[in-house]
Ligand binder design. Structure first.
Ligand code: UDP
Ligand code: MG
Length: 315
């Protein structure tokens, strides 16, 4: 029978796991009536509450529930990667545990993939109702900038909730980079993706794990990972300032020859020095971002470390 592996990253989700379990059991019955079996792979991303205990209990009662627990919090990207490498299904899906990704959509996604025309069914929310205004504003700005400076299509409002074919997942796993920005990687591999839209659903219980600064860092990772525009921008600024300086030198030489050399203008000099050194430091920082990413890539550290799992050993 066709197998669907659903990957569910969890970080301190003891409040939401029970509700999720209820809903996914219903969906599992629906799927088996469609001729598919479902396995759920919970990834415990180093939770500090009773998340792991709950997973163990669910797995003890249900052979179709698997779990893998990290030694510490490695982040959602690492959890996604761990799940993708461990999921053995003919179709592999990804969803949050907080029921913001309605599990009832899975049968519909499966039906679309079975047709064979698409290799991925992804979801996007059509609005951001219930989200803080500032957060929505910056999120929109991020997607706008990203679309401009990157070749990869990154869809506004895209969630991580998706179901993918085996070959699509294998392609994603061929991208071995350490700094993983999944929203970009999924676009990068190509194939055809069908987008389903739904209204934003608020978190069932518990709290969001994303602070504003975590999101800001995440978006910088996205930009650095998928575009060299910032450093190119730095080079252009440098060039423009060289041209300006050259013109300035000519003007000063001409002025000195014609009017002599009155000593004046140190305030303007201070401003120029401050501006230029500011720009230089900023550009150095940009370079540093890319360099630090390269540094992490070169080290080739594992993306996660597994503390405990009931999944069979890899390969
Ligand atoms: N998550 C994770 N590791 C983290 C942060 C979050 O595995 O470091 C999981 C979390 O448990 C949830 C999903 O990622 O299942 C989405 O997190 P959250 O609901 O907090 O984000 P939001 O929906 O607010 O974007
Ligand atoms: Mg959520």
């Amino acid at each position: 029978m066709e197998l669907i592996s659903m990957i569910v990253p969890c970080y301190n989700e003891q409040e939401t796991l029970d509700d999720f379990y209820q809903e996914i059991t219903v969906v599992r019955d629906k799927l088996s009536s469609m001729g598919s079996s479902l396995e759920v792979i919970f990834i415990d991303d180093g939770s500090k509450d009773r998340t792991l205990e709950k997973m163990r209990a669910f797995a003890g009662e249900n052979p179709w529930i698997k779990y893998l627990s990290f030694t510490r919090n490695f982040g959602k990207e690492a959890a996604i990667y761990a799940g993708l490498t461990r999921g053995r299904g003919d179709f592999v899906g990804l969803m949050d545990v907080d029921l913001q990704d309605p599990p009832s959509l899975i049968p519909k996604m499966l039906a679309i993939l079975r047709d064979g025309e698409y290799d991925c069914v992804a979801t996007r929310r059509v609005n951001r109702r219930g989200e803080p205004v500032i957060r929505s504003f910056f999120a929109r700005a991020f997607y706008k900038i990203m679309r401009r400076i990157s070749d990869v299509e990154i869809v506004d409002g895209a969630r991580d909730y998706r179901l993918m074919s085996r070959r699509y997942v294998d392609s994603v796993l061929e991208l071995k980079e350490y700094n993983r920005f999944s929203k970009g990687l999924f676009g990068w591999v190509g194939y055809r993706t069908k987008w389903l839209e739904y209204e934003n659903v608020e978190r069932a219980r518990g709290e969001t794990k994303w602070s504003f600064f975590k999101l800001l860092k995440y978006s910088i990772d996205g930009i650095v990972g998928f575009s060299a525009a910032p450093v190119r921008f730095a080079a252009w600024i440098g060039l423009i300032f060289c041209v300006l300086a050259f013109i300035f030198i000519l003007v000063i030489i001409a002025r000195t020859l014609i009017f002599g050399d009155p000593v004046a203008g140190w305030p303007s000099l201070v401003c120029i020095i401050l501006l230029l050194s500011g720009i230089q430091l900023f550009c150095l920082g940009l370079l540093g971002e890319y360099l630090s990413k390269t540094y992490m890539e070169v080290k080739k550290r594992p993306l996660y470390l597994c503390k405990e799992t009931n999944l069979e050993d890899e390969d």
